[in-house]
Design a protein around this ligand. Structure first.
Ligand code: PMP
Length: 423
């Protein structure tokens, strides 16, 4: 039964943590939406490569050449993983946040941007200097498409435009109608970037099938370590703009001018936006994770995750005080990310109790998606800190939420313990 098999092993499964009630317990990492544990396979690949690592694009020595080959081969692996068009470029960045800020930095002049208020702040905020239209939270996928179409119909039809949309919400786990939104964008002459930070770890992402112009995701949510991310897609806007970072690696030729200044010829490949010594371990890890997920087969990963989602939702449904947060309703397709509040509980205290009494790691707060969580809670919480948890007195109505999230390598026992603890 593919729903019961765990196709991939992750690190950290035998880590034990102390309980306030005494003794210790193996840690149940149920905060994959923040950062997933690394795959054992990624760890093994990195360990095998580590003695050989050298500077990328900078040395004639054997190890530099080897590292350069692995780095460039990683680009090909990521392009295959995302089913990119042959002319697309894969730029390695630090994270999804970095990828979307890079795209924001290369927008053509006068580019209009359309973004739903329900986005993660990484998708919501990089466009501050462009002409942004914030779209109201839709309550169905069809309403999302209709809302975008209406907004695009009103836009200046001659200027460039970009739509930024998430593939799977980091709050509700719900899947967004990316293909339909892309069709709407293109029908109105706009382009679209997919924030796949939460989608790529759980579902295959095909740039060509979805017909999106760019995709962004982070290594640390895709079972690789921190510090590397991807922006993949159309080359033209990337290559027509100034480099995101100026420096070595991005420049092909630099020469003093007679007037005393400096002339620079920038690369027209992905390297244009990758100045500085690249994070070869991070990039190699992403490629290793892409290969491992592809080899395990997303059909198995999805089936396994559905089984875990059902366990959590059925378990939570037996607790009358629990309210699951959802934009699109109970039947909406989703990934293994579920946020909820518990009547009579402050969410931060609840999450702290799950950790201290049961060794379960979840997230509480507004999940860097303040407008969305406000809409879902129907409240106006006072945010403390960028992604933080606003305080409510014990017993007060919750002003923030609890999020449980899981994926490859999550054993049944972790979600069973979670449901038991909530009960
Ligand atoms: N988009 C979404 C949907 C996310 O969930 C996150 C991370 N929580 C990001 C973007 C930002 O990712 P990172 O912190 O790796 O830049």
């Amino acid at each position: 039964d593919p729903a019961c098999a765990e196709p991939l092993a992750v690190l950290g499964r035998d880590v034990t943590v102390p309980l306030v009630t005494g003794g210790e317990v193996t840690y149940a990492a149920l905060d994959y939406a923040a950062s997933a544990p690394a795959l054992q396979r990624v760890w093994d690949d990195v360990a095998a490569y580590a003695p050989y690592y050298g500077s990328v694009h900078r040395g004639a020595g054997y190890l530099s050449q080897l590292s350069t080959d692995l780095f460039e081969q990683s680009r090909v692996t990521v392009a295959e993983f995302l089913d990119c068009r042959p002319t697309d470029q894969v730029v390695f960045t630090r994270s999804t946040t970095d990828s979307l800020n890079l795209l924001a930095a290369v927008l053509p002049a006068d580019c209009q941007v359309f973004v739903f208020e329900t986005e993660h702040h990484a998708s919501l905020l990089p466009w501050a200097d462009a002409r942004v239209t914030y779209l109201n939270a839709p309550r169905t996928p069809a309403e999302a498409v209709a809302t975008l179409e209406r907004a695009l119909a009103d836009r200046d039809p001659y200027g460039p435009a970009l739509v930024c949309v998430t593939g799977a919400s980091n709050v509700t786990g719900e899947l967004w109608p990316v293909r339909e939104l892309a069709a709407a964008a293109h029908a109105h002459g706009a382009r679209i970037v997919l924030d796949a930070a939460q989608l790529a770890p759980h579902h295959p992402v095909s740039v060509q099938e979805l017909d999106v112009d760019w995709v962004a995701f982070s290594g640390h949510k895709l079972y690789a370590p921190f510090g590397s991310g991807v922006l993949a897609g159309r080359a033209d806007w990337l290559q027509e703009a100034e480099p995101y970072l100026a420096g070595g690696g991005a420049s092909r030729k630099v020469a003093r001018r007679e007037d005393g200044g400096v002339d620079v010829e920038w690369h027209t490949t992905a390297a244009r936006h990758e100045a500085g010594s690249p994070n070869v371990i991070g990039v190699y890890s992403i490629a290793s994770a892409c290969k491992a997920l592809t080899e395990a087969g997303f059909e198995h990963l999805v089936a396994r995750e559905r089984h875990l989602i059902a366990k959590v939702r059925e378990g939570l449904a037996e607790v009358p005080a629990v309210r699951i947060l959802s934009l699109f309703g109970d039947d909406a397709p989703r990934v293994g990310v579920i946020s909820f509040v518990v009547d009579g509980w402050n969410s931060s205290h609840f999450a702290a109790a799950l950790s201290a009494e049961y060794g379960i790691g979840v997230r509480d707060g507004l999940f860097c998606a303040h407008p969305l969580v406000r809409t879902l809670l129907g409240s106006e919480p006072q945010a403390q800190g960028e992604c933080g948890a606003p305080e409510a007195a014990p017993g007060e109505r919750s002003l923030n939420a609890i999020r449980v999230s899981f994926g490859a390598g999550t054993p049944d026992e972790h979600v069973e313990r979670f449901v038991r603890a909530v009960k």
